[in-house]
Ligand binder design. Sequence first.
Ligand SMILES: [Fe+2]
Length: 326
Amino acid sequence: MRCIRFPEVEADPSVDTVARGVSLYRQESCDAIIGFGGGSPIDCAKGIAASIGEGLPIESFVGTGRVFSAPVPPLVAIPTTAGTGTEVTNAAVFTLLDEGGTRRKKGTSGITLFPRAAIVDPELQMSMPPSLTAATGMDALTHAVEAYVSRMHTPMSDTFCLESIRLIGRSLRTACRHGEDVEARSDMALAAMYAGVALSQASLGMVHGFAHAAGAMANLPHGLANAILLPYVMESLISDAGTRLAAIGDALTGRHDCSPADSVEAIRELNDAIGIPRSLSEAGVDSTLFEPMLADALGYRRRKASPRDFTDDELREVFARAFSGR
Ligand SMILES: [Fe+2]
């Protein structure tokens, strides 16, 4: 058996990178794809598989509403990070330029984007440095929190969310401090996968709405953007999803008496413990990007799964707090 490598996948893969992968696949007469690495290589592999199956470039689907329907080549996902959960989801995210030349991150989903198989081995994730472990782990936590408070949640997605949150509360600090701890790495590998199962069913909310804008325009790593934004968005949902937010705190801390505000505080304490900045400006995002990122989030990143129908002014206020840390 012959294996052709395609290692030129950048973070947040562009549709052009996917197109180059498609050309290589055809040129080498490949018959299956292995997505090996973090979320970006696996999403790129999904894009290549979908493009090959459909006979169309991936941008024909991203943000267009066109539905994936054609069978795709066999795709096996092997994650080396514990975060996106893309190894078990029907979604993928790509970067492309819009008509005005602005860089956008856009997600797309469809049943054919589920990998045929996933090999999830925590030993492949042990070489992640602490900062990557922290950011990707907080991406998984954000998936579990947003899917748990989602309007589209189900009893099944709830179960996956709460177990994911419990595992992250138990093991993310250890995985960051002692990367060789295989039990902590196993917990995080499972947590990311469980959260991926949940988000495929219940979808995500405005943390991801903002984080995609921050990723595309400020080059902020996805997990880091989510980690910073998560407590601010949770705070803004206390009147809409208080009971569920309290349950998140209980699962994360092992307590049985968390208030919604305690849960937000528990997220902040976790962020502090693993070295996540308190605000986007502290993370180095330039203040001139505030308005373009907000416009991006207001323009097309509203999430129907969000438990609150935010007004534009409310979203501006949440984003301003996440930006300044006040
Ligand atoms: Fe995410």
